[in-house]
Design a protein around this ligand. Structure first.
Ligand SMILES: Nc1ncnc2c1ncn2[C@@H]1O[C@H](COP(=O)(O)OP(=O)(O)OP(=O)(O)O)[C@@H](O)[C@H]1O
Ligand SMILES: [Mg+2]
Length: 371
């Protein structure tokens, strides 16, 4: 069946492997990485291993990939010979397998046996020396690798790199959720790290919204997804997804699929809540019933809110509308209860924007709490 919400080919622009044209809120990071790599390459900066760290989904991988693309373009315009590889090291189980991954990425026909990890690295440098190329090597999820093995890899690599100092330039970028430089125990190696100045922090709801608006434009038909819905997903991502863009994009995709299955031409808040609920259950009708039994006034308040949510397709309900439905948003007693429901995860209560949204469960489950 043809989807009414997704554009033809839209889905793949929401996939993990898709690299977007623009990376909002990370342009400055990209530029800093680009400038630093070029600085290393052209000898303006002493050569070090760049460390990029920050929480999951904060854009480390995509930003380094964009910066690397930019470096490749810069080099090809100036006929600078550069090999570039971006390797995920998460599943490398030893120094040997990692050295093998690197060697194979450059020399696919190298025999798998008969070498140790240091020998493989020497082979890599010999290859680079012969080809006259510098090497931009990105080791992604490198903190996972270092936690899994007792590694001498980094020290070996630096020592070998020193031996080839004037002949081969190796530019390393080490990505991890944790700061990789803290995981390398060898004090000799610690002066070889270069930390970028800008940090990768979790995205705020506003930042996620800007990122998602681009994806909406690329993947969805016009008028299928309102801006307010995008901000709604941003709030869910900030509150439940640790500000991870991956979480936000997956939520957008799953919400769109829900709309598609229903044959709907618009994605509505309930599609998002159902998608969120499938990722994790924040609060159940049973939890709510317990809260209600402790405080009947909360029950009455939520019942009123339920009527508003049922009658309104907007994700966020303004205080004015709530007042019209008998929710006294200025009454301090009510405010306390709204705050409590916010903390429980049922609501997004936002006094500065003067609005409330149902975020902790689908409407259909909220109705069950009154059965
Ligand atoms: N600023 C951004 N603009 C557009 N898309 C982004 C941005 N930041 C992240 N993304 C997208 O969000 C997803 C997660 O980003 P990425 O893989 O770079 O995160 P990460 O920091 O490497 O996370 P992890 O530590 O889990 O590997 C990717 O699909 C990426 O394309
Ligand atoms: Mg990553």
């Amino acid at each position: 069946m043809k989807s009414l919400v997704f554009k033809k080919d839209g889905l793949h622009r929401l996939s993990a492997s898709y690299i977007p044209e623009r990376i909002p809120n990370r342009e400055a990071h990209q530029l800093e990485i680009f400038n630093t790599v070029i600085g290393f390459l052209e000898g303006r900066l002493p050569l070090k291993a760049m460390v990029v760290n920050g929480p999951s989904g904060s854009g480390k991988t995509v930003t380094v990939k964009k910066a690397s693309e930019q470096v490749l373009k810069y080099c090809s315009q100036r006929s600078i010979k550069l090999e570039y590889r971006h390797l995920n090291t998460r599943f490398a189980s030893s120094d040997f397998t990692l050295a093998q991954m690197i060697a194979l990425s450059l020399m696919p026909n190298i025999p798998g046996r008969g070498y140790g990890s240091r020998e493989l690295l020497f082979t890599v440098f010999d290859y680079l020396e012969k080809s006259g190329s510098s090497f931009l090597l990105v080791l992604d999820d490198f903190d996972s690798f270092l936690s899994g093995v007792r590694s001498r890899f980094f020290t070996d690599l630096l020592k070998i790199s020193e031996e080839y100092e004037d002949r081969v330039k190796l530019i390393l970028i080490l990505i991890g959720i944790e700061d990789v430089s803290r995981k390398v125990k060898d004090s000799w190696a610690t002066s070889f790290f270069w930390k970028i100045g800008r940090s990768f922090k979790p995205y705020s709801a506003e930042e996620i919204s800007v990122i998602l608006k681009d994806r909406v434009e690329l993947s969805f038909n016009e008028n299928s997804v309102d801006d307010s819905l995008v901000y709604f997903i941003g709030r869910l991502t900030e509150r439940f997804g640790y500000g991870s863009a991956r979480y936000g994009i997956e939520l957008l995709l799953a919400s769109g699929l829900n709309a598609s299955y229903e044959g709907s031409s618009r994605v509505v808040p309930e599609h998002v809540r159902e998608a969120q609920f499938r990722i994790e259950s924040i609060i159940t009708p049973e939890d709510l019933k317990t809260v209600f039994s402790q405080d009947p006034e909360v029950r009455r308040l939520v019942e009123r809110l339920l009527r508003v949510f049922e009658s309104c397709e907007e994700p966020f309900i303004g205080f004015k509308t709530l007042e019209e439905h008998g929710v006294r948003t200025r009454d301090s007693n009510v405010v306390e209860k709204l705050k409590r429901l916010h903390l429980e995860g049922l609501l997004d209560y936002n006094p500065s924007r003067r609005e409330v949204a149902l975020i902790g469960m689908p409407l259909r489950l909220l109705q069950q709490a009154f059965d």
